[in-house]
Design a protein around this ligand. Structure first.
Ligand code: GLY
Length: 352
């Protein structure tokens, strides 16, 4: 796997990544290296990471509780306090070692601490490898509202070591797969077909192309004024579902990718109604996704609360929910308006 150059930083794979990180640390003469982990990555990933990191700098590990429910400002305060107590200064480096919660929250913590210190992302989940760790979005949730607080800030580098995926359960791999389906439908149908048709697929093989797509889009539109909105395919309804399931005591929490996969089915349905996305492809997408994820029980009574969560989506302008929809595979249209009735109809299509 060859390196990918993002706007101001490299995405380096495997040994090259560890070499680049060591070079970065010695070149910048950081005062202390802070490594942000959660319970899982401390146990499963930190031993490998520390054995491969070549540095004589002082290292401090900060551990937070794992899980989306901890992706909030209270956790940030805990990390800022820990860094302060451990003597962090402006020449400190924060390395995030974990999934999307760790890379999003860690990037936010670093870029606001003493007006910003350097950080490096080391994603350990498929989802954070192909999406969250690349592109400069950092932040935390506000209650159950996803990523409401945050800023754009780029890491010094991203180190991508697919070996960390060995520590994941299949549910977490499926979660990241939804983002690859997203890239396939919006930018390169080959990725979608590989997931659909190739039973012996090694998902690691799709990582470089997924990152390449994400990086190209971000290079064109770093602050999401235009084409980057396409990366929200499936996310408008998906985030509403994810937030609702997170908040509802009667529901079992969904992974991000499970919610996005449902969103992709619903938004494919809406695309067929509004932009003529072919009906046979909607059926194909539904079949492909249900084969991978199964069917999540969503009741008619759930439709309105899901819709209410969608009203808080960051892409909304003037109270209007903004969708990215498809005319065809690889042919998207941003800033589409969709009626509440059609959104509910699409949820009904999912449950049918
Ligand atoms: N996760 C979508 C984006 O980074 O734009």
């Amino acid at each position: 796997m060859t390196s990918i150059q993002a706007v101001t930083y490299p995405i380096d794979f495997n040994e090259k990544g560890y070499d680049s990180l060591s070079t970065l640390i010695s070149k910048n003469n950081y005062s202390t290296i802070f490594i942000l982990v959660d319970d899982n990555t401390f146990t499963d990933c930190y031993p490998r990471f520390i054995s491969l990191l070549a540095t004589d700098k002082k290292i401090e590990v900060i551990q937070i509780d794992a899980g989306e429910v901890h992706k909030n400002i209270e956790t940030c305060v805990g990390v800022w306090n820990a860094m302060t107590e451990l003597g962090a200064d402006r020449k400190s480096l924060l390395i995030t070692l974990g999934g999307g919660v760790i890379t999003d929250l860690g990037g936010f913590v670093a870029s606001t601490f003493k007006r910003g210190i350097d950080f490096v992302n080391i994603p350990t989940t498929l989802l954070s490898m192909v999406d969250a760790s690349v592109g400069g979005k950092t932040g935390v949730d506000l209650g159950v509202l996803k990523n409401q607080i945050g800023l754009f800030a780029n890491p010094e580098m991203v180190l991508l070591d697919p070996e960390y995926l060995q520590t994941l359960c299949s549910r977490e791999i499926r979660s990241g797969t939804a983002e690859i389906i997203k890239y396939g439908m919006t930018h390169d149908v080959h990725l979608y077909n590989e997931i659909k048709n190739n039973a012996s697929l090694n998902i690691v093989d799709l990582i470089p192309r997924s990152i390449e797509i994400k990086n190209d889009v971000v290079l064109e539109d770093p602050k999401e004024h235009g084409v980057r909105k396409a990366l929200n395919w499936g996310h408008t309804i998906g985030h509403g579902i994810e937030s609702y399931f997170l908040e509802s005591e009667a529901k079992e929490r969904l992974t991000h990718g499970e919610a996005i996969a449902i969103g992709i089915i619903c938004e494919s349905y809406i695309s067929s109604k509004l932009l003529g996305f072919p009906a046979d492809k909607v059926a194909d997408v539904k079949n492909t996704i249900l084969t991978i994820y199964g069917k999540t029980p969503i009741l008619t009574d759930d439709f309105l609360p899901i819709l209410n969560f969608m009203k808080h989506d960051k892409k909304n302008i003037g109270g209007e929910i903004n969708f990215v929809l498809l005319e065809e595979f690889e042919k998207f249209k941003i800033n589409c308006k969709v009626s509440n009735e059609l959104i509910q109809e699409s949820l009904k299509y999912y449950t049918s």
